[in-house]
Write a protein that binds this ligand. Sequence first.
Ligand SMILES: *Cc1c(COP(=O)(O)O)cnc(C)c1O
Length: 405
Amino acid sequence: MDAADPLAALRDRFVLDTVTDPATGLPDVYLDGNSLGVLPRTVPDRIADVLHREWGELRIRSWTESGWWTAPERVGDKIAPLIGAGPGRVVVGDSTSVNIFKAVVGGVRMAGKGCTEILVDATTFPTDGYIARSAARMTGLAVRPVEPARIADEVTERTALALVNHVDYRTGALNDLPGITHALHSAGALAVWDLCHSAGALPVGLDAHHVDLAVGCTYKYLNGGPGSPAFLYVRESLQERFESPLPGWNSHAEPFAMDPSYAPADGVLRGRVGTPDILSLLALEAALEVWDGVAIEDVRTKSLALTDFFLECVAGYVPAGRARAVTPQDHRRRGSQVSLRCSGAGEVMDELIRRGVVGDFRHPDVLRFGFTPLYTSFADAERAAWVLGEVLGALPEVGPAVAGG
Ligand SMILES: *Cc1c(COP(=O)(O)O)cnc(C)c1O
């Protein structure tokens, strides 16, 4: 399968195989790219150049001569094709949490007058819920948690917007972005999507599905590095009405006029806040070079093949009944990770990592294995399942009753 994989050569664009397991001499299998992507080879030299030449020598001239000032929108345009957005719709900066705040408050400000509530994905990654609650308090609305599959039934004419995760970070389930967006629009509500676990993993189609606002991480499947800045998408036809709740001077129509009164920049630039985090932003820009010539549809094809194969290997190697897949079998409902529930999951993951298989553990009993098709091989998937089978086969079965005693 690796020999027939059209994306196999992309693995060489990343720094992998640096850590080897002393017992087997084999390199680590890294299945945690859904939490922190691997370092692309283009990044270190580019960052050295930014430090030594652009900062060290050109200093303040780099804001114009090295294109620092325009990096947020330039890098946004580089991410855009991966999430189905045209140019001028994506801006990069700040964390995902901060961008959720901009999107939710900005969305409420564009919603109809009589709106009284915000729907929040009941299964969301916690930060989205925390921020939505605060945004709701500030705008005088209520928050109602709703399971993504129920949003179409629960949305009313009083709903300003729904904030939904495209892929469930815990189970790896893919939510129906076109269907939920359409249902929200039919009720007059806006659709705000969190793409943290889908950007760079599968086609999103933001423009095609008329998504209103979206945010996402760049340090997961986009490999931008720890804490690399997030992105904000604002639908083209809404940009003129989008009022950021954080209208910093970088979002001003004429930032260098130093005007005491505020006028927002045209387009998605009004999603900027303050001075961009240039080192992280330019590391991300260099990291995005690995996507040159890569179609996100091909990435999706490989992702599904990898997760299918991993599930098949788990079924073959793991003693029956010891781990249960919670990631949907249906391709239309699956993201790019496989989550398995098992008892003692925390200890099981510790042991897997000791044996060179790096996934992660999510409370209370979930093992997560992320598959980044740009650098994960079928051999990786097979070895991870094999080692999991060994670990679960060797460990005494710890059920809840045993664990308590
Ligand atoms: C990873 C993730 C975040 C992270 O937010 P930060 O502000 O970057 O810490 C937010 N939402 C979701 C759904 C995530 O998966």
